[in-house]
Structures are given as structure tokens and as C-alpha cells.
Design a protein around this ligand. Structure first.
Ligand code: ADP
Length: 454
């Protein structure tokens, strides 16, 4: 049984059940029909005999007289009249009826004749004190064997029919029910063999469990596909970003070996190589940090910290910013929050770096900290180049850079991804408000109170 498929098990089960049901119904029918037939004969015998009883009287001459309603044979019932000694006075018994059948008043019973059975009922009909006659009703007992034989024939026909019809029905039903599951198994197999995540089960939408299961699978495949695609994109972007500085370093080495003639030219080449190596180091460090945060291998160290102090110190200690940009801090004093000091410092530094990098000549950066109803609001605003409205959504993606930002020096498009990651670790969000040519404002919001850590 273990080796059978669910389809086969269901078919066998339903067929057996049907077989059992038909057998029980037939057995019941047989039992009921023979008792119904017997009961009916008893009733006919009883009522006919009682009807006849009232039609018998004894005349003044002592002879029996019969009314018009009286009949010796009616509805298959023979009426016989015997005297008190058991001698037949009137009526003709059926041929094979046994002679000398004893009398029993008012009790219907079976009397076996030659090859045939009879139901017999006697009544004592008194005429005065000492006089009377036995009135006997006799009717041939119906042959129940005949009825049972008929039913057995029906059963012989019905049982195989029931097996065929129910087995076929069950199989077809099971097959149509399991067809979507077969489809799922096939699709999942194809996906895992060919690793083609764009395949879908594609069941027509419905409310039944199997349709819902199919849709849940499809949704899962869609999510997996997106995540695999973004992993692939990430790997290709990361290698691309790393290849550029390596190419520059190699070209610089080649150039120095061939053309450099004096120490000054060598130093120049070494400077370029150092800058590119530094870019690679920063990029690798950023990638590593992001991966650790994403995979949870680096756990945040939360503590109740003085955020106001942290923001003020960080702003005050900024080294000279590019483009002559200046920074101003507007910090509400005494704002404390449950945070990881290193991560929040990195987040703020990233936002300040961007504001300076994409700022205008002699521009400004405003850093504001407020506590509003249990939440901390930290914003970094600049009056720089701003971000085109249609790019606002994409700046959070890994390695994404607005074209105008490319070559602006520094970043590889990972800064904001990390900012968002750190905000999420603090149970918060970062939003951006920006107008091209006017400036941008990034705002971090997170709950100040301690949260249940994940
Ligand atoms: P990057 O290393 O390029 O700065 P980020 O992830 O920090 O990477 O930022 C993604 C892109 O968003 C940047 O390349 C830039 O185009 C845009 N951007 C970020 N901050 C600002 C800002 N303050 N002003 C204008 N554009 C910005």
C-alpha cells in the first residue's frame, strides 16, 4: 500500500467503500423484502378469514348457512369449515394441504404440505353453549427463495457495475484533482534541474487550496528570482567596481616601467597607485561591512547613548569639506536614544559626505536633531545639486549612482544602501526630499526607547 500513489489509494478506497455499501443495501433489501411478503400473506389470510366468519350461521334445521359475502376461495385464501371433531363440513382444501393438521384458535402458523408450505389460521365459531365449528383459513406460503433468487441476480449485475462505475469515477476525480499537483511537481523539478527561476506553475486563479498553493509557490519563485537576480547584479557590479582600480594600477605600473625617468615621475605613479589601492580598500571594507550586517554576522551593540553629544562632536570634528562647504548643527540638547554608536556615526558621516560631495561651491550643510513623541529625527540638509525626481527611488540600490554624480570623487554607490540598512537595524527609516538644482534633505527617524532586539 505504501508504494501506491495517493490517486491509486483513493480509487481503491472509494471502490471498496462502494462495494461494501451496495452489498449492505442488497442484504438489507433481501431481509426486508422476505419479511414484507410474509407479513402481507398473514394480513390477507387474517382479514379474509374474519370477513368470512361473519357470513356463517346455523339455521334452525341445524344446517350451516352462508351469507352472500361469504366465499370459500378469495384472494388465494381457502376457507374450510370443520366440526368440533375435526371432520370437514364445507370447503375444499388445496390438494397438497396436509390432512389432520391440529387446530389452534387464532394462531397463524406454517404447515408443511407435500412440497409446498401453507399459512394456516383457525377460529372457533361457537353457536350457543356446546355447539360450534372450526373455521380454517389456508393460503399457500409465498416462496421467499424465488424473491431472494431474483435479488441475488440483481446483485450479480449491480455489484460489478458498482465497482466499475465507482472505481472509474473515483479515478477520474482523483486524476483531475491531482493534475495541478502533477504540474507543480513538474515545474519544481524543471526549476531545480535547469535552475530556470523564470518558470511558473501558472494555475488559473481559484479559491480552492490547490490553486492557492500554486499561487503561493509562484509568488515564492518570483521573490527568489528577484533576489537571485539582485545577487547576480551585486556580484557583477562589485567585480566591475573592483576591476576599474586594478586596471588603473596595472596601467600605471606599465606606464612607469616604460616611461618614467626620474624619481618625480615614479612618485607621481606611486601616488596614483596608492589612491586607487585606497579606493579598493574602502570599497572592500564597505562590502564586507554590508554583508556582515545583512547576514547578521556583525551584531549591533546597542546602548543608551547621548545622541545630542554624538551629533555635535561629529559635526564639530569634520575635517575641511570639499567645495568650501560649511556645516552647521542645530541640536536639541539631551536627546538620548537606544542605539549602536559606531553604526549611527557611520550613517551620519555617510550623509554628511554625500551632502558635501554633491554640494555646490561654498554651499552649506545643516544637521538637525530633535526628539518628537518618542521618536528621534536626525536630518542632513544641503543646498547642492539635488536629485532628479525620477531617480529618487533608485538611489537606495546598491552601486546606483545618478549620472551627474559619477566621477564626483569618492563613492561607489554603496553609502545610502548602508544608511538604509543601519536605519532598519534601529527599527527606523530614512527618507529623502530633494529638488534638482536646489538641494536635498535626508531624514532618519527611529524610536528613542529600547526595543525588543531581534
Ligand atoms: P555614492 O557613493 O555614489 O555617494 P550613495 O549610495 O551614497 O553612493 O548615493 C547614491 C547616489 O545618490 C549618489 O551617487 C548620488 O547620485 C545621489 N546622492 C546621494 N546623496 C546626495 C545628495 N546629498 N545630493 C545629491 N545627490 C545625492
Amino acid at each position: 500500500m505504501k508504494r501506491l500513489s495517493v490517486k491509486q489509494k483513493l480509487t481503491i478506497w472509494i471502490t471498496l467503500l462502494m462495494l461494501l455499501l451496495v452489498t449492505v443495501v442488497l442484504a438489507f433489501l433481501m431481509a426486508v423484502s422476505s419479511s414484507v411478503v410474509t407479513g402481507h400473506s398473514f394480513e390477507v389470510l387474517d382479514s379474509t378469514l374474519r370477513g368470512n366468519l361473519t357470513g356463517i350461521s346455523r339455521g334452525t334445521d341445524g344446517a350451516l348457512a352462508f351469507s352472500e359475502d361469504f366465499s370459500f376461495t378469495r384472494d388465494g385464501v381457502y376457507t374450510l369449515i370443520y366440526n368440533a371433531d375435526g371432520a370437514l363440513l364445507a370447503g375444499q382444501p388445496p390438494l397438497s394441504f396436509p390432512e389432520g393438521e391440529p387446530f389452534e384458535n387464532g394462531h397463524t402458523r406454517l404447515a408443511e404440505g407435500a412440497g409446498e408450505g401453507f399459512y394456516v389460521l383457525d377460529f372457533w365459531l361457537p353457536f350457543g353453549r356446546e355447539d360450534g365449528v372450526w373455521v380454517r383459513g389456508v393460503t399457500p406460503a409465498p416462496d421467499t427463495a424465488d424473491i431472494l433468487g431474483d435479488l441475488a441476480n440483481v446483485a450479480l449485475l449491480l455489484l460489478p457495475l458498482a465497482v466499475i462505475v465507482s472505481g472509474l469515477g473515483a479515478y477520474l476525480l482523483a486524476r483531475s484533482t491531482f493534475r495541478p499537483i502533477d504540474r507543480m511537481i513538474r515545474t519544481v523539478g524543471e526549476i531545480s534541474e535547469g535552475r530556470d527561476l523564470s518558470r511558473r506553475i501558472g494555475l488559473p486563479p481559484g479559491r480552492d487550496e490547490i490553486s492557492r498553493l500554486g499561487q503561493a509557490f509562484d509568488n515564492m519563485f518570483a521573490r527568489l528570482e528577484t533576489s537571485f537576480e539582485s545577487e547576480k547584479q551585486f556580484t557583477s557590479d562589485a567585480s566591475h567596481e573592483l576591476r576599474t582600480p586594478v586596471a588603473v594600477i596595472l596601467a600605471q605600473c606599465e606606464d612607469a616601467r616604460r616611461h618614467a625617468q626620474d624619481p618625480a615621475q615614479y612618485t607621481e605613479a606611486i601616488d596614483v597607485i596608492e589612491r586607487q589601492a585606497g579606493r579598493m580598500r574602502d570599497l572592500i571594507a564597505q562590502l564586507l561591512q554590508m554583508t556582515r550586517l545583512e547576514q547578521g554576522t556583525q551584531r549591533a551593540n546597542y546602548e543608551q547613548a547621548d545622541l545630542s553629544g554624538l551629533v555635535e562632536v561629529l559635526c564639530a570634528e569634520q575635517p575641511a569639506l570639499p567645495h568650501g562647504v560649511t556645516i552647521r548643527a542645530d541640536v536639541q540638547p539631551g536627546v538620548e536614544a537606544w542605539l549602536d554608536v559606531t553604526l549611527i556615526s557611520r550613517l551620519l558621516q555617510n550623509l554628511i559626505d554625500n551632502a558635501a560631495r554633491y554640494g555646490r561651491e561654498n554651499g552649506h550643510i545643516w544637521v538637525t536633531l530633535r526628539r518628537v513623541e518618542g521618536e528621534v529625527l536626525l536630518s542632513v540638509r544641503d543646498d547642492g545639486i539635488g536629485i532628479p525626481a525620477d531617480r529618487l527611488e533608485r538611489i537606495w540600490q546598491r552601486f546606483y549612482q545618478v549620472e551627474s554624480a559619477r566621477g564626483a570623487g569618492g563613492g561607489a554607490g554603496l553609502g545610502l544602501t548602508m544608511v538604509r540598512q543601519i536605519a532598519a537595524l534601529h527599527g527606523g527609516t530614512v527618507t529623502v526630499d530633494s529638488r534638482e538644482g536646489e538641494g536635498s534633505c535626508f531624514t532618519l527617524r527611529f524610536p528613542a526607547e529600547r526595543r525588543a532586539e531581534k
